[in-house]
Ligand binder design. Structure first.
Ligand code: ADP
Ligand code: MG
Length: 200
């Protein structure tokens, strides 16, 4: 596997589309030097959303633990002590959230794509996402508010968590023909060993 061809899935969720952030999101990812290799607008079905989140068998445990830890850090009690119980509710709420309107799915490619996209996106809970990240800069939601109102955290984006998760998610969202293999001139400045051809 060519490390310059690592790929990751991003989905601009319905709140990102409705908040007018499609351009802003693409601008932030694009200027990093990563290459956009696929994109489309779709309205996912509830079954599809479930499939998407369950491609990673560990997702329920990881997401439940992350939620519980975040409550603890703030000195608060989580909705349940069992990570699977926490995530079961989250998944039901995610289904309602993601089918609410069009989403924009994209595949970004380049060295370290998964980690770079997560870094620009910010951590899951906007309340504690770093300033300068998309989630930290453009929204304010919290686990506590979302959980008490019985809905998913609205955090503008989905971005794959690991390279393995990314490959599984990409094959769920895109057929191979929808992913474009092309040369982007910018990449020469990032990857080429010799920077010949700049000077006249
Ligand atoms: P990420 O999207 O950062 O990878 P996860 O995969 O852990 O985060 O969770 C998927 C999505 O589920 C989150 O982006 C968020 O919209 C929602 N979510 C996660 N945990 C909670 C929670 N405790 N309460 C409400 N929504 C949640
Ligand atoms: Mg995730």
């Amino acid at each position: 596997m060519d490390i310059k061809k690592e790929r990751t899935l991003v989905v601009i969720k319905p709140d990102g589309v409705q908040r007018g952030l499609i351009g802003e999101v693409i601008r932030r990812y694009e200027r990093s030097g990563l290459k956009l290799v696929a994109t489309k607008m779709v309205i996912p079905t509830s079954d599809f959303v479930e499939k998407h989140y369950l491609v990673d068998p560990e997702w329920m445990t990881k997401t439940g633990n992350k939620t519980i830890e975040s409550y603890r850090k703030k000195g608060k009690n989580p909705p349940s002590e069992d990570p699977i119980e926490v995530t079961k509710i989250v998944l039901e709420n995610l289904k309602k959230y993601l089918v609410a309107g069009p989403v924009v799915a994209m595949v970004w490619q380049g060295v370290g794509a998964v980690g770079i996209i997560r870094k620009i996106t910010g951590s899951t809970e906007p309340l504690t996402s770093d300033v300068g990240t998309i989630r930290g800069d453009f929204t304010i939601d919290s686990y506590e508010l979302a959980d008490s109102d019985g809905r998913a955290v609205r955090n503008i984006l989905h971005a794959s968590g690991t390279a393995e998760e990314a490959e599984k998610e990409i094959s769920l969202w895109f057929s191979p023909e929808e992913i474009v293999d092309y040369r982007l001139i910018n990449e020469a400045m990032i990857y080429d060993v010799d920077l010949n051809g700049i000077m006249e």
